[in-house]
Design a protein around this ligand. Sequence first.
Ligand code: SF4
Ligand code: SF4
Length: 85
Amino acid sequence: MTKRFHIIVGDGCSNCRICARICPKGNIDLSGEKPAIGDDCLFCLGCVHHCKENVFTINNEKNSEERYSNPHIKVSEIIKSNNML
Ligand code: SF4
Ligand code: SF4
């Protein structure tokens, strides 16, 4: 899947760390100049949809300004769920 689809890391990261905390695989490294996505990606798109700076896009994405988050689930609940795994 990651060969056909991959996430492109753009500019504008404010280092809020939400993507790294929301990733269920701990697959985002924020220690460099830009966020880095590793090889252990489920393509859940949590990072793409929850980055407020819209740093991430998907290759060949048609609506890269459109982002969605479930209004019934808080980011803190997702992060808490990840920590409970
Ligand atoms: S969620 Fe977006 S702004 Fe926040 S650390 Fe990740 S890439 Fe940067
Ligand atoms: S798509 Fe999901 S699994 Fe892949 S890096 Fe983003 S949050 Fe992690």
